[in-house]
Unconditional design. Sequence first.
Length: 257
Amino acid sequence: MRKIRPPAGIPVLHETVETLRLQHHLTREALARLADMPLSTVDRICQNRHRPTPANLTKLLRVLNLDTWQHRHLHELFESAAPLPSTDELRGLLSGPAITDHLDHYDNRDILVVYFDPLRTVLTANRAFHRVVPGLEHVEDNFALWLFTPTARTILDNWEAEALRLVTTLRAALGHHRDSPRAHHLFRQLRAYPEFNRLWETTAGHVTYGRRPPTPMHLHTPDTHEHRTLCFEVHEFGGHTDIHVIHATYDPPAPTG
């Protein structure tokens, strides 16, 4: 069995199947036998010379013993890539006074609010969020890029866990939007960070969808250097699957008066 070499690029179906096969220590012959498929078909799928039928995909997924998120990821890679609107288009959906009032309302309660797209680009956020994520404007307003800056390491107490979660979440999003120029641009930028490359390689084949279970984030605030815990609620915005809104509250809340 040859050494597992994680895919170097954005996830695609045949490379992901190969990675998972090797992680399960299966030869192609063994995979074909267990899936009750001709070896020639498995070879062509793994070499990207043949798109599996839905029935054959189901057989492969059964043999590879995937978790729920991996099942979803493989099905998304099987389907056509999802389009991803531009950030200007998405921000246009958030330009009304109701959004401004919403952000201001939670600012007054010291609750962080941020709207982001699948690639973790911040579309808009309130001041409470920006106080905790300083310098975001220097990395194209992208939280994923910010997380691999020295600033993020000084703020997040559980940086490794947060980075691990982000990498597996991004793998799912990049695969879903794998034909988007924005996805490829972000991936090239992230590849410049050695820590991203390390986590990308060590988590090959693993994906996460959303912050589930809803684990808290531990940090110390840049302005006061207090150790705080943030708890999250994440929702789609108005039925738009490309926009999610996070409300993050401190636990315990900051003292008042």
